[in-house]
Design a protein around this ligand. Structure first.
Ligand code: SF4
Ligand code: SF4
Length: 413
């Protein structure tokens, strides 16, 4: 580890006064009651590593890797300790000695290139429909490639229509936004992107979809490869011409939080502050937009449970937009999912790399859903939606999982 990196890690970690206020908010501590799985435990381990008191061991690395990066601890910390930034930097320092596997390199290449990203969705769908995915599953090739957890948890790839570059407003234009696609959303939930575009157009907003945009970089930033995240951030800043748009809207709160973080992560890089200042979550943008008089929303006599992704509640510090937006639907019975302050376990790639913890956290959510028996569960993050769908299906619970904007789109006639 470089000396200057070490010194900065130590001084940032030293801000932790070990008060323990954060422990009851930490999902991994609540499930394990192990101090090394708490925020202050992780900060202490990172401090000891950076100051040379501890060497990198598999056990130490496991405690740093198991952090969900949910930021629940940061929301309560009186000392302003940026636990997740410390974890990101420690992972990057520990990763310098590791070689990126062939699978990771293919992943890097695909996510960093808009054309490859588009083609990969089509290729995955082709693989499914040609029987290749089933063949790989039954021949053991999926397991040998380390993809069996992903195969078990990820749904069938839906149709992959290509987004146009421009969707004009219906009627007199009242503004212009640029849409961030997001890699997982573009592959697994193109329907929500199209629903968001429809709602925006319906409210008089022109929607631009910059073709050269790439993945937001969150998966790399949080998995020890900040230099790849950096290259993605630079491509995105260049891809979005911010001069003629009012906002950059994103439908996945995980991506939105990462895009908004560009300013902190790449402070001083040309174009980054202007880019980050325009990034807005779609729910927030829709409640801040003046709706044309007479916009009709049909009533819905159903119970809708509202899940709050950590990236929305703690990353974007927004706990109200989803409910405010859905209140525009007459008669809907909105219920906040109890325990929203605790992560559901999806947490980016965590549900694939730490599936036991992800399942344990999801089990609590499923128990609450059983009690409140909603017809629909809304969540604004694609990872959480996939995690919930998988869990609900396994548990035999008949609850539809939708993005809030997809539900709104249904009610807009
Ligand atoms: S980010 Fe979440 S999982 Fe990680 S230490 Fe903080 S509360 Fe715990
Ligand atoms: S991270 Fe903050 S809340 Fe947690 S123990 Fe340290 S100072 Fe206290």
């Amino acid at each position: 580890m470089r000396i200057d990196h070490k010194a900065k890690l130590v001084s940032d970690a030293d801000r932790c006064v070990m008060c323990g206020l954060c422990s009851p908010r930490c999902p991994t501590y609540l499930k394990t009651r192990n101090e090394a799985e708490s925020p202050r435990g992780r900060v202490a381990l990172i401090n000891a590593l950076a100051s040379g008191q501890l060497a990198v061991t598999a056990r130490l690395q496991a405690h740093v890797e198991s952090c969900l990066l949910c930021r629940a601890c940061e929301a309560i910390c009186p000392s302003g300790v940026e636990v997740t930034a410390l974890v990101d930097r420690a992972r990057a320092e520990m990763a310098t000695d590791r070689h990126r596997s062939l699978r990771q390199r293919v992943f890097d290449l695909v996510l960093n290139n808009p054309r490859w990203l588009r083609l990969s969705g089509k290729a995955l769908r082709w693989g499914e429909h040609s029987g290749l995915r089933a063949l790989a599953r039954y021949s053991g090739a999926m397991k040998a490639a380390g993809l069996n957890t992903a195969d078990d948890r990820l749904p069938e790839i839906p149709a992959q229509p290509r987004l146009r570059r421009y969707y004009p407003a219906a009627g007199e234009p009242r503004g212009d936004v640029a849409m961030f696609r997001g890699c997982a959303t573009a592959v697994f939930d193109m329907a929500t992107l199209l629903d968001a575009t429809h709602v925006l157009n319906h409210l008089g907003i022109n929607v631009h979809v910059p073709p050269d945009q790439v993945c937001c970089g969150a998966l790399h930033q949080h998995n020890g490869a900040p230099e790849i995240a950096d290259s993605m951030a630079q491509k995105n800043v260049r891809a979005f011409d911010q001069r003629n748009i009012d906002a950059i809207v994103s439908v996945a709160s995980g991506c939105t939080a990462m895009l908004a973080d560009y300013e902190t992560l790449w402070h001083g890089v040309a174009g980054t502050p202007a880019f980050a200042s325009k990034v807005t979550d779609i729910n927030r943008f829709l409640i801040q937009t003046a709706w044309p008089a007479g916009t009709a929303v049909a009533p819905l006599r159903k119970r809708v449970a509202v899940h709050l992704p950590c990236s929305q509640a703690f990353g974007l510090r927004d706990t109200t937009s989803t409910v405010e937006l859905l209140r525009k639907i007459p008669d809907v019975d909105l219920v906040a999912l109890p325990g929203n302050e605790i992560c559901c376990g999806a947490a980016g790639s965590h549900m694939l790399t730490h599936s036991d913890m992800a399942d344990a956290l999801l089990a609590d959510k499923l128990a609450e859903l059983t009690k409140i028996a909603p017809d629909i569960l809304v969540t604004s993050n694609i990872g959480c939606a996939l995690h919930f769908r998988h869990g609900l299906k396994k548990a035999g619970l008949d609850v539809e999982v939708l993005h809030p904007v997809a539900l709104l789109r249904r009610q807009m006639t």
